[in-house]
Write a protein that binds this ligand. Structure first.
Ligand code: HEM
Length: 136
């Protein structure tokens, strides 16, 4: 009895794992999330400049990669709205990238107050980006 069902269970679990697999963008975002969380602990410590620059470089790299990808929510847009939606997404990612550059410049200059302000700005843009382009 159990034997008979084993292939079915195997097929079902394969299906579930395929469903649960991260999209390429989710993978990039996951990397960005780790770097961002790590940075949170040290961004106000100028003595950790080298570490901070390393995390910022990771955020930059993942942002560049994710900017070239398509969010899952693109599939839910009506055909006529897809191009504009994708443009808007790319513009938001580009704006985020500008603030990552500003954060890098502030850390390089040893300007802790400016670095903290840019760090907080990234959080604001993340929330806005998720509201606009991410499903729950
Ligand atoms: C500090 C900045 C950010 C962090 C830490 C972050 C983090 C994350 C995390 C943890 C996920 C979920 C990954 C998963 O489910 O495995 C995610 C997904 C996503 N994020 Fe971000 N995010 C940031 C900025 C942004 C920005 C600026 C945008 C858009 C302008 C954005 C758009 C998205 C989208 C669209 C998804 C869903 C992925 C998909 O559609 O495949 N994120 N993000």
């Amino acid at each position: 009895m159990l034997k008979k069902f084993t292939p079915l269970v195997a097929v079902l679990s394969l299906g579930i794992s395929a469903f649960a697999e991260d999209t390429p963008m989710e993978k990039e975002m996951g990397t960005m999330n780790k770097a961002y969380k790590a940075l949170k602990k040290s961004i106000e410590d100028p003595a950790q400049k080298a570490e901070n620059l390393k995390f910022i470089a990771q955020i930059k790299k993942t942002n560049d990669a994710a900017s070239k990808m398509e969010p899952k929510t693109l599939a839910d847009q009506p055909a006529a709205a897809k191009a504009a939606y994708l443009e808007k997404f790319k513009a938001s990612m580009a704006d985020f990238g500008k603030h990552v550059d500003a954060l890098e410049a502030a850390v390089n200059a040893g300007n802790t107050a400016a670095a903290k302000a840019e760090f907080d700005k990234l959080n604001e843009l993340k929330k806005k980006g998720h509201e606009e382009f991410k499903k729950d």
